[in-house]
Design a protein around this ligand. Structure first.
Ligand code: NAD
Ligand code: IPM
Ligand code: MN
Length: 357
């Protein structure tokens, strides 16, 4: 198969981890006889530095013309001035919106080999397998915002809105995924306080009753969910939630497999290319030190093969290679407990070595 893959390395550890994932994709192409063409484009802080824009039109055009996109991360202290007129993160939000990537799939998969590396107890986490559907192009992230007044009366606001259409499409996608898994869906909201959550809850309940009566469905408030996730994570199969809640809950959930550096994600729309990225950020505290765990990005590359290119066998090959690296006791430093610590490039090489058809 021929495929055009756009790489968006971005900032901080972004370039380091995308390089490792690219090596893996290149080997997949060789092993399985595919023709992958890569083009690197600018996004984030590095792009602000070079052209004043965190998402230049050339990047948008290249992404739209591609089959799939692999992103590292954006952001860092250099661009964190709250009064700056643009930010690296704005580039990421804009590419998601431009490509209509409303569904962010974040699988919380526990590799058996890492169960004892988690800060949580084996008896709580063993067997955890959750698939989050985070709504990605709506909610408070894209609400109207502004400032008014001055001095102690200066006020800032950002509104949260969801439409029926936006809720319906993400709930449908999540429910369809539940049918392929353990047939259970949990919707997470804050309907006891927020109006958009009440619309979310009503809409989700209607879609589930009308279209998915066979899927076991329940709702949980987001504050309670934060607790349930680390107390009884095994009870959840597919979880659907809004943009902000999904962002926060999945960083929390990364402690189930033991590190933020292990979790990949896929951002999908109803058509067009998908965007694949680790859920973590640019980790400026460890950038350039060979400390970044490239596995989340490598696993994101596997998701890219599975979801955008329908290359299931190839995706499985990557995931098996990662499992074998972990089984051999190799770990980057973020996975604090147990194993032999190796660097970013060594981890990429270790996966590459174990990648077989
Ligand atoms: P972060 O996810 O970058 O880092 C949080 C902690 O986890 C840090 O201690 C970091 O060293 C560690 N970590 C993250 N990824 C790791 C990896 N692969 N290997 C080893 N350790 C890893 O979050 P932050 O520090 O809050 O944010 C830093 C910057 O990243 C901010 O500018 C933020 O806006 C941005 N960010 C970007 C994305 C993205 O591009 N998708 C996501 C989250 C945060
Ligand atoms: C993520 C990040 C982004 C988000 C930021 C950097 C815009 O935290 O991808 O999880 O909040 O969506
Ligand atoms: Mn996040």
């Amino acid at each position: 198969m021929k495929a055009n893959i756009v790489l968006l390395p971005g900032d901080g550890i972004g370039p380091e981890i995308v390089t490792q994932a690219q090596r893996i994709l290149e080997k997949i192409a060789t092993l399985f006889g595919h023709d992958f063409a890569f083009s690197s484009q600018m996004i984030g802080g590095i792009s602000i530095d070079q052209c004043g824009d965190p998402l230049p039109q050339a990047t948008i055009d290249a992404c739209k013309a591609s089959d799939a996109i692999l992103l590292g991360a954006v952001g860092g202290p250099k661009w964190d001035d709250p009064s700056a007129k643009t930010r690296p993160e704005a580039g990421l939000l804009k590419i998601r919106k431009e490509l209509g990537l409303f569904a962010n799939l974040r699988p919380i998969r526990l590799f058996d080999q890492l169960v004892d590396s988690s800060p949580l107890k084996r008896e709580i986490i063993e067997g955890t397998d959750i698939l989050f559907f985070r709504e990605l192009t709506g909610g408070i992230y894209f609400g109207e915002s502004g400032r008014s007044g001055s001095g102690p009366d200066e006020t800032a606001f950002q509104s949260m809105a969801y439409s029926v259409r936006e809720v319906e499409r993400i709930v449908r996608m999540a429910a369809l995924a539940a049918r392929q898994r353990d047939n259970r869906l949990t919707s997470v909201d804050k309907a006891n306080v927020l109006e958009p959550s009440r619309l979310w809850r009503q809409t989700a309940a209607r879609v589930m009753a009308e279209e998915f009566p066979d899927v076991q469905y329940d709702v949980v408030l987001v504050d309670a969910m934060a607790m349930h996730l680390i107390n009884r994570p095994r009870d959840f199969d597919v979880v659907v939630t809004g943009n902000l809640f999904g962002d926060i809950l999945t960083d929390e959930a990364s402690m189930l497999p033991g590190s933020l550096g292990m979790l990949p994600s896929a951002s999908l729309g109803s058509d067009g290319p998908g965007l694949y990225e680790p859920i973590h950020g640019s980790a400026p505290d460890i950038a350039g030190q060979e400390l970044a765990n490239p596995l989340a990005t490598i696993l994101a590359a596997a998701m890219l093969l599975r979801h955008s290119l329908s290359l299931t066998e190839e995706a499985n090959a990557i995931e098996n290679a990662v499992a074998n690296v972990l089984a051999d006791g190799l770990r980057t430093k973020d996975i604090a407990r147990g194993g032999k610590h190796i660097g970013t490039q060594e981890m990429g090489a270790a996966v590459l070595e174990r990648l077989v058809k």
